[in-house]
Design a protein around this ligand. Structure first.
Ligand code: AMP
Length: 189
């Protein structure tokens, strides 16, 4: 079983590269951002609550995201493994994931950290904002999301470094070049 965490700042290419990884390795793609946006779309009370965080570039509370992911893990069984995209985003989530997987006889195989400069992140997100229709892809919220990434999410890397699971991937270049670096890292496991 291969359980990959794709890590990196907003705009680092996690979603794009996840799609390539899913196709090559047959993993189940679990994107917490996609799950949250699906709930927002329903305009349920929960969806509205979620939107009050995401539209401001803030993280959704840990308890909410952890229970959401646990449910999805049980409904989307996949023997080959999973790719976790946009999760964990806090050290508490990383600890919860470890427990959640252990309870199901699984563990994280690798954490791939896509390294992209801040200039490039902002340029990519502004460009995506032209067509994504996402309420968080505009300048002020992009800056907030990058700030939140540095303060709350970047420390997650230390958690996986300690576990010997973190691998840096150069995230600049063409999509194919970046994917080639990722497959090299995965195939060497
Ligand atoms: P993403 O599509 O991964 O960029 O996520 C979009 C937004 O959803 C983020 O800016 C957060 O507000 C929220 N979000 C996604 N994943 C998480 C998570 N693991 N923990 C907390 N909030 C999250």
């Amino acid at each position: 079983m291969l359980n990959v965490i794709i890590f990196g700042a907003p705009g680092s290419g996690k979603g794009t590269q996840s799609a390539f990884i899913v196709e090559k390795y047959g993993l189940e793609h679990l994107s917490t951002g996609d799950l949250l946006r699906a709930e927002q779309k329903t305009q349920s009370d929960l969806g509205k609550l979620i939107e009050s965080y995401t539209s401001q570039g803030n993280l959704v509370p840990d308890e909410l995201i952890i229970s959401m992911l646990a449910k999805v893990l049980d409904t989307k069984m996949n023997k080959k493994g999973y790719i976790f995209d946009g999760f964990p985003r806090t050290t508490a989530q990383a600890e919860a994931l470890k427990v959640m997987l252990a309870e199901r006889d699984m563990k994280v195989s690798v954490m791939l950290d896509l390294n992209v400069t801040e200039e490039e992140l902002i340029a990519r997100l502004l460009n995506r904002g032209k067509t994504s229709g996402r309420s968080d892809d505009h300048f002020e919220t992009i800056q907030k999301r990058i700030q939140v990434y540095h303060s709350q999410t970047a420390p997650v890397k230390d958690f996986y470094k300690k576990e010997g699971l973190a691998i840096d991937i150069e995230g600049l270049g063409t999509m194919d070049e970046i994917f080639a670096r990722i497959t090299k890292a995965i195939d060497a496991l």
